[in-house]
Design a protein around this ligand. Structure first.
Ligand code: ZN
Ligand code: ZN
Length: 414
């Protein structure tokens, strides 16, 4: 038997987006993630060769977005958590809707989505599965969003594929811990950037700012990712006493989260928070929300979703504020707002008079945390992926292990 380990990234290795990696060792070939980069236009990874199995760490589209496309070719078994399966399903349906509304070709059909959903073989943290005769994979919680996993593949060597991970506890999910391995395949979303403050301090800063906005008679708009960040903000605001409104796909996501309580740090708290908040279901609801104090709504990048309806009404209101809690990817509407004080309303950019502030609520390990995590895994080799700044990690880690920074399409032997 051939004991070598070959990997090839099909995308997302030198950027935070469209992640996909093929790993071949012995008699098995595995596909880790098959994502897309949502955007104008959406970007996809290279097509994969036939594989024995697909492993999916979590639902975010840059990891899961193109999984249904695999089913337009042939059947495939997917190992992931039941929760990731359900959230991905929701995001896949939504991405078809968005592609259609923006006039882009849809890469797969609703029946492909259905089929991919039926092909999930659900797994959970602390469990393991045999793969072929000689391999086993252990599942670890990644602490990134509820249901997220890291994969530990055990054969002649131990290989850890981190996906996106966080070592810090947040209100929604507990952080993860390093796993000893020989080969570490490490994400680097925050390479070169540290989280300047602890979560509790950031939460406090956000509440102080909201207080200021409400006191001067404005509305605090919190554009937030539907998956995990919205729910985290609900928990932060639960006992604040503000009149809070919740709009967008996050409502559905909350319901799915509450069906899978074991993946939540405090399911009862989330349930209570959902009962307290005002849910927006209609245009009438949106009018009422604008008379409230706080609005949590998708999309987090402000590229679509109800947030643009609210901003269209509030754009000239200097008393109101847009409080961003997610990183703004280049070319996103949220980035345009931060850099230029403008927003693109479906093709027309307009000046926004509201106050704009960013709070670093990240679901990723920061730069120093990535280094600390890598050291504690004690690997011989580290493959750096999912980062637009791998040099920032390669340098401090080169004394720890042999470093690999492959490019998209390049096959490397480990
Ligand atoms: Zn993610
Ligand atoms: Zn990611």
């Amino acid at each position: 038997m051939n004991n070598g380990i070959k990997i090839q990234f099909l995308g997302g290795v030198e950027e935070v987006g469209r992640l996909a990696m093929v790993l071949e060792t012995g008699d098995i070939k595995l596909l880790f993630e098959y994502g897309m980069s949502p955007g104008k236009p959406p970007l996809y990874p290279l097509p994969p060769p036939p594989v024995d199995l697909v492993l999916l760490t979590h639902a975010h589209l840059d990891h899961s977005g193109m999984i249904p496309w695999l089913f337009s070719r042939n059947d495939q078994k997917i190992l992931t958590t039941q929760l990731t399966g359900e959230i991905s399903n929701l995001l896949h349906k939504d991405s078809i809707k968005i592609a259609k509304s923006e006039g882009y070709a849809t890469p797969y059909s609703t029946s492909d989505i259905k089929e991919s959903n039926h092909s999930i073989s659900p797994v959970a943290p602390s469990q393991n599965r045999r793969i072929g005769d000689n391999y086993e994979v252990n599942f670890h919680s990644a602490g990134h969003i509820p249901g997220s996993l890291m994969f530990e593949l055990i054969g002649d060597k131990k290989i850890l594929f981190t996906g996106d991970f966080n070592i810090n506890d947040t209100r929604i999910v507990n952080g993860t811990k390093p796993v000893e391995c020989d080969i570490l395949i490490l994400e680097g979303t925050y390479a070169g950037r540290d989280h300047p403050k602890k979560r509790e301090e950031i939460e406090k800063d956000l509440l102080i700012k909201i207080d200021e906005v409400v006191k001067r008679g404005g509305v605090a708009v919190l554009p937030a990712f539907a998956v995990s960040r919205s729910q985290e903000l609900l928990l932060v605001l639960k006992n604040s006493g503000y009149n809070v409104w919740f709009d967008g796909m996050g409502k559905k996501v909350s319901k799915i989260f509450l069906k899978h309580r074991k993946y939540l740090r405090a399911p009862e708290e989330l349930k209570k928070a959902m009962n307290k908040v005002n849910l927006v279901h209609s245009d009438q609801g949106r009018k009422l929300a604008l008379k409230g104090e706080v609005i949590i709504t998708s999309s987090g990048m402000m590229d679509g979703g109800p947030v643009l309806n609210y901003m269209n009404k509030l754009k000239e209101d200097r008393k109101s504020a847009v409080l961003l809690t997610g990183y703004q990817v280049p070319n996103s509407n949220a980035r345009l707002l931060v850099d230029k004080g403008r927003l693109d309303f479906y093709g027309v950019t307009e000046k926004i008079e509201c106050e704009v502030e960013y709070f670093d609520f990240s679901a990723h390990a920061g730069h120093s945390e990535l280094i600390e995590f890598a050291k504690k895994c004690n690997p011989e080799k580290i493959v750096l992926m999912h980062s637009d700044n791998r040099e920032a990690l390669a340098d401090p880690l080169k004394d720890v292990a042999e470093i690999f920074t492959p490019n998209t399409g390049e096959q490397i032997n480990l």
